[in-house]
Design a protein around this ligand. Structure first.
Ligand code: GLN
Length: 280
């Protein structure tokens, strides 16, 4: 292969259909540079791409062109400012989910040493973000997948955060009482055409029954018995599910039922509190 410059490498990837930022991330990765080094890339775009890096870059671009998330190709994703290791065993953490973290921090702000459960933790993103922000919290992270828990535990170890992990189905077998239960469960309808674009991520983290609400129904049914008076259940859900999730929460006896918008302005999370807490 003839040698090419960094600028040519980026142009070639874009010709294969890659987004410019994706191509930049992959190029920085094969050059052993940080994802924050995009300015360096621009300043050095006349440099020659070394042969070994070129081969690796071409392979990564081919995988990206087939839809593999950049996070898996880099083995890394930043969530809430925390560097997480991620791979195909867990959902690629989305920035939208930071909405859920921000809301949880808000409802926990007035509680000292809060007890928090993150259901379906995946990479551990939500649990680790909450533990990072609230060192006084007791955070329990649950996942049905042993593979996911291995990824989450490794992230907790890397970050030195004392989250507790257990394997289980939602709250089944979980004891104790929590000030907040949070979850980004699977919520895509089993027949949703969007699933076709997400084949690289675990289906068990994405799809949930005919209407996408099966797991949310289970969590809403289980949560009241595990929440302290005034404790909150906060759920991420699909772009068109806010009304349905709010109705489920009201039917289960939750107060203050409301939704929060994600960065794209979509009502992405809904939640409510158990009766009996101090008003906030
Ligand atoms: N937000 C993801 C998507 O629609 C799905 C995440 C989930 O099911 N929890 O791509």
């Amino acid at each position: 292969m003839p040698s090419i410059t960094l600028a040519q490498a980026l142009t070639q990837a874009q010709a294969e259909g890659l987004g410019r930022i994706d191509a930049q991330m992959l190029l920085l990765h094969v050059l052993g540079r940080a994802p924050t080094d995009r300015a360096w890339l621009l300043a050095h775009d006349g440099d020659t791409l070394p042969a070994a890096a070129m081969e690796q870059y071409a392979a990564l671009c081919a995988r990206r062109a087939k839809g593999e998330p950049v996070a898996y190709l880099l083995g890394r994703k930043e969530f809430w400012g925390l560097p997480l290791s991620v791979d195909a065993r867990v959902l690629d953490p989305r920035p939208d989910t930071e909405t859920l973290v921000a809301w949880a921090l808000e409802v926990l702000a007035t509680r000292a040493a809060p007890r928090v459960a993150d259901l379906g933790t995946g990479s551990g993103a939500i649990a680790l973000a909450l533990q990072h922000e609230r060192p006084d919290a007791q955070v329990l992270a649950v996942d049905a997948s042993a593979d996911a828990l291995a990824v989450a535990r490794a992230n907790a170890g890397q970050l030195g955060l004392p989250v507790r992990f257990i394997q289980g189905n939602w709250l089944h077998g979980v004891d104790g009482s929590f000030d907040a239960i949070v979850s980004n469960p699977p919520y895509i309808a089993a027949q949703d055409p969007h699933l076709a674009a997400l084949t690289h991520e675990p289906l068990s983290a994405l799809a949930s029954g005919a209407d996408g609400l099966e797991d949310i129904r289970t969590i809403v049914a289980q949560a009241p018995a595990r929440l302290a008076p005034g404790g909150w259940l906060l759920l991420e859900h699909g772009w068109d599910q806010a009304e349905a999730v709010q109705a489920l929460l009201r039917d289960a006896g939750f107060d203050q039922v409301q939704s929060r918008h994600d960065l794209a302005g979509i009502a992405r999370c809904s939640g409510g509190s158990m009766p009996g807490g101090a008003p906030q």
